[in-house]
Design a protein around this ligand. Structure first.
Ligand SMILES: Cc1ncc(COP(=O)(O)O)c(C=O)c1O
Length: 460
């Protein structure tokens, strides 16, 4: 054995660094530090629970040689389990919800695992849910072991016996608050228990997301109604067995958009390439820090790597298509229109008109787009020069054809009192934005208007 080498990849799990946030914490008095769990070999803190839960399953006699490991996983736990299975030669089947990123699915398949994808928006009890499918597979496949990170208490024990002691040793307990995003509850409950035993005054704060039921349950004791959200790994629609709510002092709740924007800022401003739950945890930590009366040292665990979100959070098209891009224009649309001197009259065409009539208006008025109104004066579509040229050239349209043949639905209707940022993603999507005042069509905003406004502001 070479000096300094590890016997296998599992021995490379752990000992991840803790790093100070420098720019992102500028607005708060407290100091914020992050534990980079994405530096584990499989890219997340779940490498630890994967290895630990399977070691225990062998010790407990639940996983036998030649067995099949089955798990419902948002991806990261699957990688941890698959790594262990690769080293020790076991088969794996993973069940994922269809909102998980393609990178996660491809990654698990590359380990040689079978991956079953289930619909996201069904109740946990629904036979199609990934919880139900995992359980059914485990019941029907001989010599299989259903890991069940939700209720398998070796999940939180991993963090109690390994992750938390490692952080305590690294910092000598020199922090006041520990913060982590919550999913199965393993990280927060296991670390929380260890830190509370060692540091009686430590505060343990969980970060939950809008739409999840966890924080609401801690505050009220009631199981609320779950709503859909896009963040991966954080939040649940049921209460997994790994939660020990006595170990959690407080919760902050964050939304998808602010979390994704923060995830990108974490890379741009601190150079840290982490996943969406890291952005969520930092957003939550900043909310918590702003409420504190004294300066605190806050330690946040960042669960996974940005690699798993290259086609989502780190993809401008995905961010813009889903309305997550931030805008620096905090100004009402009516003020933009006033600045640009746009009068507030728009040429329109009725939905019973012909293509010939539409072309005539575009030509005579020298405009390139025309809203289509129905009998109730509601906007039902849009005629653009661009949409007409190809079919006219190809002889697909006759002058007498109804304009519905050429009507596009790439438009958005927004009230003049809305902020300019609400139309940012529409414009990036090449949609035409119609502006209404008291329900009546008054104006159109296009990409060039934004550029002109930007240029005017720069000169004023
Ligand atoms: C990316 C990510 N963040 C946060 C969590 C939440 O951690 P825990 O399940 O330990 O509560 C998970 C768990 O699946 C995760 O994958």
């Amino acid at each position: 054995m070479m000096k300094g080498a590890k016997a296998n990849v599992l021995e490379a799990i752990g000992n991840t660094p803790i790093v100070k946030l420098n720019k992102l914490a500028n607005d708060v008095e407290s100091d914020i530090y992050v534990k980079l769990e994405f530096m584990n070999p499989g890219g997340s803190t779940k490498d630890r629970i994967g290895a630990y839960m399977l070691d225990q399953a062998v010790i407990d006699g639940d996983l036998k040689p030649g067995g099949t490991i089955i798990e419902g996983t948002s991806g990261n736990t699957g990688v941890g389990l698959a790594m262990w299975a690769a080293v020790y030669g076991y088969k794996c089947i993973f069940v994922l919800a269809d909102k998980q990123s393609q990178e996660k699915i491809d990654n698990l398949r590359s380990f040689g695992a079978k991956v079953v994808v289930c619909p996201t928006n069904v109740e946990p009890e629904d036979p199609r849910s990934y919880y139900s499918v995992s359980k059914r597979l485990a019941d029907t496949i001989p010599n299989s072991f259903y890991v069940n990170q939700y209720d398998n208490l070796h999940n939180r024990n991993t963090h109690y016996t390994w992750t938390a002691p490692e952080m305590f040793e690294q910092t000598q307990g020199d922090f006041d608050v520990f913060i982590a995003g919550v999913g199965t509850g393993g990280t927060i409950s296991g670390c929380g228990k260890y830190f509370k035993e060692k540091m009686p005054n430590v505060e343990i704060v969980g970060i939950d997301c809008v739409g999840s039921i966890i924080a609401h349950y801690k505050k009220t004791g009631e199981i609320g109604e779950a709503k859909s959200y896009v963040l991966e790994g954080v939040g649940e629609d049921f209460i997994p067995g790994n939660y020990d709510f006595d170990m959690i002092d407080d919760f902050e709740v964050v939304g998808d958009k602010e979390s994704f924007i923060m995830t990108r800022r974490l890379l741009k401003e601190e150079g840290i390439y982490a996943g969406g739950s890291a952005g969520a945890a930092i957003c939550g930590a900043l909310k918590y820090a702003k409420k504190q009366k004294t300066k605190k040292k806050i330690l946040i665990l960042l669960h996974d790597s940005g690699n798993r979100y290259a086609s989502k959070i780190y993809n401008d098209d995905w961010m813009s298509d889903n309305g997550y891009l931030d805008s620096s224009f905090n100004v009402q649309i009516k003020d933009v229109l006033k600045d640009l001197g746009k009068k507030g009259s728009v040429h329109t065409i009725s939905d019973v008109s012909t293509i010939g009539e539409a072309i005539e208006i575009l030509d005579k008025k020298g405009i390139s787009q025309l809203p289509v109104l129905n009998g109730q004066q509601e906007i039902v579509g849009l005629i653009t020069e661009k949409n007409l040229v190809r079919p006219v050239l190809m002889g697909e349209f006759q002058r007498d054809d109804n304009i519905s043949l050429a009507t596009s639905n790439k438009f958005r209707v927004v009230d003049t009192n809305e902020l300019l940022e609400t139309v940012g993603d529409a414009l990036l999507n090449k949609e035409v934005v119609f502006i209404t005042e008291e329900g009546k069509l008054k104006n159109i905003i296009t990409e060039i208007d934004i550029l002109q406004y930007f240029s005017k502001k720069g000169n004023s």
